[in-house]
Design a protein around this ligand. Structure first.
Ligand code: 1HN
Length: 341
């Protein structure tokens, strides 16, 4: 202690040495609005695909296990495990013909939306699911999964996970396995999707479907297209877990929406974060006052509490796939929404 040390300084030093946190020094950054250092951002498919193809040349799948190129929010540091938003990871994954990404399972829940290619499959807890463009696939927490590709040409999909959230909770656990999974639940996915289950042996209970076909979701949107629609999202459907009636996974909900030609949605903000992926068509969103144009294949992240609206100024339909952390935020009692004034 120097001669200038006052009683006050001595007091704070004593607090620090003995592992106390004076709350009155920590309240500065807080206020009545949720806020994040992360920012809205769009990753263009043209660029992302080109980089993904370079990864195909530079990175052997044997070394990488998963050739996954994450979309990192520009408001985060490169060494952080942050994804596209505070809680959601978004990425492209590339599998080349003949490659197999070996089985593993982890506490983060994962979803995939197939963007391009044909002839690949995933095996999820012993159930083999073929992958087709537009398919929405699930790998809920701790489900074993591996991916293989028996077709020609590159296979590319969008991966969405809650890994930044799980990581923040220090509960990110992963099990690796070198042997492929026995495909011991050969029941093809359509039977499960069709809500039919065999009545003898195991499993006879209805299990959650692991794949949702684009054609089914588009048919639902088509059926709804003449309604007034949601003021903020136009014509939108949620992919549901039919065994619970709830969201597809504990932490993540997912949607397909149609922004009809000429539609301008109203603007709002909410405490969940969203990742949008453009399935077809083009248009733009106004996020935090900024115009962000999008077209097929692009991926747009809108972190929590940024005001946003969607616009289709073309004569073609625009279809967006999206996923959010809304179930997690709701379970924590933190969900809020506010329309623009
Ligand atoms: C993962 O396991 C996969 O298995 C894809 O395909 C993306 C992103 C973060 C953490 C784990 C996969 C992932 C991932």
């Amino acid at each position: 202690m120097t001669a200038t040390t006052t009683d006050t300084e001595r007091f704070y030093a004593e607090l620090q040495e003995n592992h106390y946190s004076p709350l009155w020094q920590l309240m500065g950054g807080l206020g009545p609005e949720a806020k994040t250092n992360l920012v809205p951002h769009i990753w263009r498919y043209e660029q992302a695909r080109e980089l993904m193809m370079q990864a195909g040349e530079v990175v052997p799948l044997e070394d990488a296990l998963r050739r996954v190129l994450g979309f990192r929010n520009p408001g985060s540091r490169p060494d952080q495990r942050t994804g596209a938003t505070d809680s959601l990871w978004a990425a492209l994954q590339l599998v080349l013909p003949g490659e197999i990404a070996p089985p593993h399972r982890h506490t983060p829940s994962a979803l995939r939306f197939i963007v391009e290619g044909e002839g690949a499959y995933t095996v999820v807890n012993g159930q083999r699911v073929p992958m087709e463009v537009g398919d929405f696939l699930l790998t809920p927490a701790l489900h074993w999964h591996e991916h293989g590709h028996e077709g020609d040409g590159p296979m590319i999909w969008l991966d969405g996970l809650d890994s930044p959230l799980i990581s923040r909770l220090n509960q990110y656990i992963i099990d690796e396995e070198s042997d492929f999974q026995p495909v011991d639940k050969p029941m093809p996915a359509p039977y499960v999707q069709g809500m039919l289950a065999k009545t003898w042996g195991e499993p006879h209970a209805l299990t959650q479907p692991l794949v949702y076909k684009l054609a089914d979701a588009l048919e639902a949107l088509e059926y709804l297209r003449d309604l007034e629609g949601d003021p903020y999202d136009d014509i939108i459907v949620e992919y549901k877990n039919p065994t619970t009636g709830g969201p597809v996974m504990t932490t993540i909900s997912a949607y397909l929406q149609l922004i009809r030609p000429g539609v301008d949605t109203k603007s709002h903000r909410h405490t969940h974060s969203t990742v949008y992926h453009v399935v077809s068509g083009s248009g733009y969103s106004i996020v935090d006052g900024q115009k962000i144009e999008w077209t097929k294949g692009d991926t747009l992240a809108i972190p929590l509490w940024y005001e946003h609206s969607h616009h289709n100024d073309t004569t073609e339909d625009a279809v967006l796939f999206s996923y959010t952390d809304r179930p997690a935020i709701t379970a924590l009692g933190l969900w809020r929404e506010r329309g623009a004034a």
